[in-house]
Ligand binder design. Structure first.
Ligand SMILES: [Mn+2]
Length: 325
């Protein structure tokens, strides 16, 4: 059942033990939204498997502890934050659960007691609205966490819509935070040598397919697929697909230039389709999506590339400055 932000407090009101559960490799958006909701309504904060580097930097800044892989059966309600895909929470068997998320679709929505799921730039923006509509003023720490969540999920406002700027302005006005404090949290993330090597490898192994006016690039790395795909787009790809093998599973990240999305490409739909067909799952946003499924990166990348090229066939790139349709 889809609920409105102002109904959130009422929906969890009767539950004694509530767990706010972030997806695997929890990022600042997941942690910021979960932390602020936990602070406002009570409960525990947790993540599946662990948190990302940037997530760790945020937790340190706000002095928050996060439970890793807690026993979900000890809770009356689990609020899954920033994902609606079961694989993203390790396919945990959940009884009573809710979903707060900004991605497109996901298999968890069907069984949820309630959800707030809309295409905002970040889950933190939705969390801010829940607090706002509930008349709850967040602490300094919660405000900082939401701010960092919005900054990171919009790619430092590269993909931000007006509502993200509005939310940031509201957070800054109502807390005594400086914007610079949020940037400071991000600058504390250690520069990781293995990450830089992965990005350079992704570039050196890039296979470039050039059809009409579109450049679609595929590559393989051992980790950091998402950053690698983003880097390939930054240096010239219209669409970048980067795969990596993780045990028997293959992880693919796709990123697309805005012009390709405006021309009709929907990476979320393509990666969901291929992921599901391969016995895994996928999803995300039109211009940034991922999948995880059994198989080798090479085969799955090839399948995804075919669908991407099909989607772009006959289309012409819109200028990056074009307004949204
Ligand atoms: Mn997010």
């Amino acid at each position: 059942m889809e609920i409105r932000e102002e109904e959130f407090g009422k929906m969890i009101g009767g539950r004694k033990r509530v767990l706010y559960l972030c997806h695997k490799n929890a990022d600042p958006d997941a942690l910021g939204a979960a932390f602020s909701l936990r602070e406002a309504f009570g409960g525990d904060l947790a993540a599946v498997e662990g948190v990302s580097k940037t997530g760790g930097s945020l937790l340190e800044a706000i002095g928050a502890e996060v439970l890793i892989d807690p026993s979900v059966e000890e809770y009356d309600l689990v609020v899954v934050v920033d994902t609606a895909v079961g694989l993203q929470i390790g396919d945990l068997p959940l009884k009573d659960y809710a979903v707060i998320d900004h991605h497109q679709e996901g298999d968890l929505l069907d069984g949820a007691i309630f959800q707030i799921q809309r295409a905002a730039d970040s889950t933190s923006e939705i969390a801010w609205e829940i607090l706002d509509k509930s008349g709850i003023g967040p602490s300094r720490e919660a405000a900082l966490a939401l701010l960092v969540g919005i900054i990171t999920d919009t790619g430092r406002f590269k993909h931000a819509q007006a509502s993200s700027f509005r939310t940031v302005a509201e957070i800054l006005e109502r807390s005594d935070l400086d914007y610079a404090e949020a940037l400071e949290v991000l600058s504390r993330v250690p520069t990781d040598t293995s990450r830089r090597i992965a990005l350079l490898r992704a570039a050196s192994r890039a296979e470039i397919e050039w059809k009409g006016e579109w450049i679609v690039v595929t590559s393989e790395v051992g980790a950091f697929e998402g950053s690698a795909a983003m880097t390939l787009v930054e240096i010239g790809a219209d669409v970048a697909l980067v795969g990596g093998a993780h045990g028997d599973l293959c992880r693919i990240s796709g990123r697309a230039r805005r012009g390709a999305v405006l021309a009709g490409l929907d990476l979320s739909a393509i990666l969901e389709e291929v992921g599901r067909a391969a016995g895994g799952s996928g999803g995300g946003h039109r211009g940034a999506a991922g999948l995880e499924a059994p198989g080798t990166p090479k085969e799955i990348l090839a399948e995804v590339r075919v669908l991407v090229l099909e989607a772009l066939a006959g289309q012409r790139p819109h200028g990056d400055g074009d307004p949204s349709p």
